[in-house]
Design a protein around this ligand. Structure first.
Ligand code: ATP
Length: 518
């Protein structure tokens, strides 16, 4: 079936391996005319369903990103996959993929497998995304997994950074990267977007654009490529109030959910009402739940078969360390269950990281109706002593001390009390300076506060458009017998409207574009 779908798609120029006359490059694909028409329809429905219906602020940021942005976000250090190398030929493989293929093959094809071993392989498959480099390496050794092409031994797994590096400008001195996600463009614009939104929370910004990842061994056609279209939403919300005014609209939806407890105990996904999942704390908060519901509606209205759609919660180690909760919308196709949308509560991590690195506070304000008396740790810089120590840089050090957070002030007080001095990062100077006891006085004081200043949390649904399109194509092929093939008029140019659901439009467009596939 899959080969038939792939052959048809390539024959009908739905997609084409890029640079084909030069034998192509793994992981790069062009969309041909029917592919472009379907992609345009999917994106137009995405804009209608999210940007317009939810009043989101759409932006369009560059793909080339200066290093400092991706250093602040942690991508330069941590955006890695674990790689193993064929020890003789140097061919690279993704370590978790080799272990997954091995366990899957054992479970599905080895008829001599004992029930205990089958259960063990199934457990490895369930916790695969949770394994550390050491655990992956140990399993690869234990099972005797070798390079699939040559059967040579493999190296230990080690991290490989997936970003494409480039340089900005002719000197080669300014390092840049092709963005691995569109989200960072939104985070760095937070301050302006917040003002544009009348300094009100919550609000969401959205972006559609290309993302680039130097995948170790791209495979599965459109599902794992090195350049792809992402459609991302960053919804900014008060971390102390993650309720959502429209949650009731989606609370009654019931669909397949796969919480981590079910995964770890080897059970399957279950039908759960979204309202129940949130009230029982299976989903961390209402806003995250709201977006899970909206993603479900988007995918099913588009034409995804709801029996082949599930929401899988990330396992504890799989989740980024800063995330509060994370769910993937996974769609079943001939390659198995494929993550097509990641829906994460990224907490305040990104805005905090960019505030620290840039020195620009990316914060929101809540004005109190009446001033409130609060006890606060107050830092009073001694301008005279700081002047003597830092001369022309005194003003920048004073400003940095005055804008310290409560937590930083507490840490500074503890360090000064124990060691008499402490290192202090002054972002505007781009370096750390040494602060001694006599340069600051730190004390608890009662203050009247008129507002609360805080860093918003971010709920992020992130859509892999190519993966969604591929799954849609497969699902429409399965349901094809029930379709009436439309006549020759040009469906590709027809705009979506209320009289026809996007799902049915897509199916019509597909069947027209791909009619008589085999
Ligand atoms: N190499 C890729 N090719 C096509 N789509 C991708 C690729 N990597 C990620 N995506 C899509 O982008 C979305 C958001 O990216 P995210 O960083 O959450 O993916 P990921 O967890 O790294 O994916 P994976 O675990 O499959 O590598 C994913 O849900 C997926 O649909």
């Amino acid at each position: 079936m899959r080969q038939a779908v792939v052959n048809t798609l390539e024959r009908k120029l739905f997609y084409i391996p890029s640079f084909k006359i030069y034998r192509g490059v793994a992981g790069l694909y062009d969309y041909g005319p029917p592919g472009c028409a379907v992609k345009a329809n999917v994106l137009s429905f995405w804009r209608q369903h999210f940007v317009l219906e939810e009043n989101m602020l759409e932006v369009d940021c560059p793909c080339v990103t200066p290093e400092i942005v991706l250093k602040a976000s942690g991508h330069v250090e941590k955006f890695t996959d674990l790689m193993v190398k064929d020890e003789k030929t140097g061919t690279c493989y993704r370590a978790d993929h080799l272990l997954k293929d091995y366990c899957k093959e054992k479970v599905e094809k080895d008829l001599t497998l004992s029930p205990e071993k089958a259960a063990e392989f199934k457990h490895v498959l369930a916790v695969l995304d949770d394994l550390s480099a050491e655990e992956l390496g140990a399993k690869i050794k234990e099972y005797g997994i070798v390079a699939p092409d040559t059967k040579n031994p493999l190296s230990d797994p080690y991290p490989f950074n997936l970003m494409f590096q480039t340089s900005i400008g002719p000197t080669g001195l300014s390092v840049g990267y092709m963005r691995p996600e569109t989200a960072q463009g939104i985070f760095v614009n937070f301050k302006d977007l917040y003002y544009y939104n009348g300094q009100k929370l919550p609000f969401a910004a959205a972006q559609i654009g290309q993302a680039f990842r130097n995948e170790i061994s791209p495979r599965q056609g459109l599902l794992r490529v090195r350049e792809f279209t992402l459609a991302e939403i960053e919804h900014f919300v008060d971390p102390e109030d993650k309720s959502h005014p429209k949650f009731a609209h989606v609370a009654g939806l019931e669909f397949l959910m796969f919480p981590r407890e079910l995964q770890l105990s080897g059970e399957s996904a279950k039908l759960v009402k979204l309202g129940e999942a949130v009230s029982k704390g299976i989903v961390n908060n209402e806003t995250l739940g709201y977006f899970i519901g909206r993603v479900y509606l988007f995918l099913t209205r588009l034409g995804i078969d709801k029996t082949r759609l599930r929401f899988r919660q990330h396992l504890p180690n799989e989740m980024a360390h800063y995330a509060a909760d994370c769910w993937d919308a996974e769609i079943e196709c001939s390659y198995g269950w494929i993550e097509c949308v990641g829906i994460a509560d990224r907490s305040a991590y990104d805005l905090r990281a960019h505030s620290e690195k840039s020195g620009v506070p990316l914060v929101a304000h809540e004005k109190f109706s009446k001033p409130r008396e609060v006890e606060k740790l107050v830092i009073v810089p001694s301008k005279k002593d700081l002047g003597l120590a830092f001369k022309g840089n005194q003003k920048m050090v004073v400003e940095a001390l005055e804008s310290m957070s409560e937590k930083e002030a507490m840490d500074m007080r503890a360090a000064l009390e124990s060691k008499g001095e402490t290192n202090f990062q002054v972002c505007t100077l781009g370096k750390e300076v040494v602060i001694t006891k006599k340069m600051v006085s730190i004390s608890m004081e009662k203050k009247m506060e008129h507002q609360r200043v805080f860093t918003p949390s971010v709920i992020e649904p992130s859509f892999g458009i190519g993966r969604i399109i591929y799954c849609l194509v497969e699902h429409s092929f399965y349901t094809r017998p029930s379709l009436s093939i439309p006549s020759t008029h040009d469906l590709a140019n027809r705009k979506m409207n209320n009289s026809m659901s996007s799902g049915s439009l897509l199916l019509l467009l597909l069947s027209n574009a791909l009619c008589s596939p085999w």
